[in-house]
Write a protein that binds this ligand. Sequence first.
Ligand code: 13P
Ligand code: SF4
Length: 312
Amino acid sequence: MIFTAEQQKIFEEIKRLKKAKNAVILVHNYQKPEIYEVADFIGDSLKLCMEAKNTKADIIVFCGVNFMAESAYILNPGKKVIIPFYDAGCAMADMLKPEDLIALKKKHPKAKVVTYINSSAEIKALSDAVCTSSSAVDIVRGLDGNEIIFVPDKNLAKYVEKQVPEKKIIAFDGYCPIHDFLTKELLYEAKKEYGNAKIIAHPESRNEILESADHVASTSEMINCAKKDPAKDFIVLTECGMVERLKKEVPDKNFHGVCNFCFDMKKNTIESVLKCLKEEKFVITVPKDVTEKALKAFDKMFELTKNGQTND
Ligand code: 13P
Ligand code: SF4
């Protein structure tokens, strides 16, 4: 990727400010390539959580969407967490309200609640364990209890149910519109064009996609799958930014996206990252009582994944 002289100047200024303020920049895989250039760490939700939890920096600049920055605050409440764009939300997280979860818990009083990280802090505070796309199977398998309320993603819930058939999964009807848009018809068209390619899909995709996939993987796991699999060509079903990330990380292979754009993930720009670091805003906080309860649900995830170790 070639950057303009103006962008190069911004990269330098961000790096200078980062050092002067003892700040760390955490970047989700779906962000724009120019933001990768100033990242201290690029990863999926689980790996970003681990970085947020363990950082010694005074300021965390979070380039992703709001639930990720909220999670960083919960995991390290003493730190200043700032985001470049004030309302980068997540359509799936917005689908589930605390009253929906309270009603589900009332209906299934014996069930444990596993909440996908793509949810609000209030929802996490009502849960027994948080999970991410890379840890969901381990968490549901490892949590005691045979009945699991899994929220908010019905597609991830279905995937987990297939991997852990011994447990009863009670799913909420939420979904990611970006992934749920990807249908078997779109995949069929791509397969006609790239017949021998292996298929990598994110577990937020529909069951009809996951059934055909060679690899079901979180965004960071996708990179490892592509490196380890001897195939040269891959059809990638997820958010389109990931296709660019794969091309950068695994330059000797070919990636063909059957993908869609998450506009919230694309709200941050390199200019807004600079402004954010300069002005130290927008600041993310979570009320103390919510933080304490949500932290317990995160701790359960760390316990069941041996501190964020997954099989990727
Ligand atoms: P990952 O944890 O796999 O990066 O997924 C986050 C996300 O929002 C996918 O849409
Ligand atoms: Fe949320 Fe979907 Fe965007 Fe991920 S891709 S942040 S799940 S709307």
